[in-house]
Design a protein around this ligand. Structure first.
Ligand code: 5CA
Length: 436
């Protein structure tokens, strides 16, 4: 992307309405625009990050054996009457009447709809287990939407739903998602800590929230210091094992939300911090399958009501959560896997023929190597260019200036550490091509 053509409305001033750093930085970096209370348009820079996050979520779901589909945002009230949740959900549900006076709603979650789809097509235990997911917008009419996309009314969620023949199978599905979640968040550069949780309006008797630690988190959390040293990606077993040891190890290290905290059981070296909930998983047995009649023929031909779980990730919330966890006084510090651009080339003097040629050449070569690259070819002061790159958080910033080019060198800066190195144009190209 050429910055001179990019729709990137950055701001220098700190927006007065934003109370937390991620909200301020998302507005200043031109990532989002509020269109109504708790409802946001995703501008090109924000949309790129949202897609990167979605893609990591998708890859880890697929690796764990889940299959993607897409259900609509608008649902019929009748479906929710079948489970008994239509009245129970209360004012958080946005209720809509269509031109034929049919009662509809904008889905806050999809247990009913997926159970209906499942029961229409699956009639035999031979077709189990199944795990289906989608990444789709949800609407919850939160009483106090706040902190930008952290607690919105319309938000993007990955939600999936597992179907098994018995409790043992359902618990294996649950453990697979538990592992998939740890892997998903680790790939985004986050340390997500699973904690036993209340099940709330989703229901059920086994549930974990995944929390990342950040000063601005909405809930108080308590966890063993051991969490901070665990390396999930190095330790994780494969999905073909029963995952029992892994699950036991990870659920035995102390971690609790304020509601579940028991000071008597807590270890001595406890971290007390604020947490942001980025995911939540539930096992709830037959809570939806029983009232909605999701029944299959079991191995002996007798009818079996399927066992279910549901698993949510706050995809749009993650954009803000990552910023809360990774920023400094100059702006966002994107972990490379979710960065909107991996490399930015800063052309310091656009009217200098050498600068234009070298930066244009680097840009073309990195692009064809599959690197997400931004070229700052704007007619701006160097200081303004550097400030913008730090604000939008590009991990690798390559400065091409007339003085360096006299001796054939460019300067490579790493956003996360501020470390700067001079190297030849060829060496910079080789190093950055490897990041594609
Ligand atoms: N049906 C279940 C799992 S699929 C469910 O809805 N779970 S949930 O209510 O816990 O939501 C899943 C995730 O969505 C949460 O962990 C959180 O990260 C995100 N989320 C929930 N409400 C909001 C909101 N108002 N704004 C942004 N993200 C939200």
């Amino acid at each position: 992307m050429r910055m001179s053509q990019f729709f990137l409305p950055t701001m220098k001033e700190t927006p007065a309405e934003a109370q937390i750093v991620s909200h301020r930085l998302m507005l200043r970096a031109g990532m989002i625009r509020q269109t109504s209370a708790g409802i946001y348009a995703w501008l090109p820079l924000g949309w790129r990050v949202l897609q990167k996050i979605s893609q990591i979520v998708r890859e880890e779901q697929d690796a764990a054996g889940a299959q993607e589909l897409l259900m609509p945002t608008i649902q019929s009230a009748d479906l929710w009457r079948e489970s008994g949740r239509y009245e129970a959900y209360g004012k958080e549900m946005l209720r809509i009447t269509d031109r034929h006076e049919r009662e509809m709603l904008y889905g806050p979650t999809n247990e009913e709809m997926i159970t209906d789809i499942f029961k229409t097509f699956v009639k035999s235990y031979k077709d189990l287990p199944r795990n289906l997911y989608h990444i789709q917008w949800k609407f919850r009419d939160e009483i106090r939407p706040r902190f930008g996309v952290m607690r919105g009314r319309e938000f993007l969620m990955k939600d999936n739903y597992s179907f098994d023949l018995d409790r043992e199978g359902a618990e294996l599905s649950y453990r697979k998602m538990f592992l998939a979640y740890l892997r998903t968040f680790a790939r985004m550069g986050l340390k997500a800590i699973p904690m036993r949780a209340d099940t709330g309006p989703i229901g059920g008797d086994l549930s974990h929230e995944f929390i990342i630690l950040a000063e601005t988190g909405e809930s108080q959390v308590f966890c063993d210091k051991a969490w901070l040293d665990l390396d999930v990606l190095a330790e994780a077993p494969g999905y073909d094992s029963d995952l029992k040891d892994f699950f036991a190890k990870y659920t035995n290290i102390y971690a609790a939300t304020e509601e579940m905290h028991d000071a008597a059981k807590a270890p001595a070296d406890l971290v007390t911090a604020r947490g942001i909930e980025v995911g939540h998983i539930f096992y709830f047995g037959t809570k939806y399958s029983a009232p909605m009649g999701a029944v299959v023929a079991g191995p002996d031909g007798s009818p079996v009501t399927v066992e279910m779980g549901s698993y949510g990730i706050g995809v749009s919330r993650l954009v803000a959560a990552i910023i809360e966890a990774s920023h400094d006084e100059h702006g966002i510090i994107w972990p490379e896997p979710v960065a909107p651009f991996t490399v930015a080339i800063v052309n310091l003097k656009i009217d200098d023929a050498d600068c234009a040629r070298v930066s244009g050449d680097l840009y073309a070569k990195l692009q064809s190597a599959g690197v997400d690259v931004l070229l700052d070819d704007r007619d701006e002061r160097p200081g303004a260019k550097f400030a913008d790159m730090d604000l939008i958080g590009v991990p690798w910033q390559l400065t091409v200036g007339p003085r360096g080019l006299k001796t054939g060198v460019v300067e490579l800066k790493r956003r996360a550490t501020g470390e700067k190195r001079e190297l030849s144009v060829e060496a910079a190209l080789a190093e950055l091509t490897a990041r594609g």
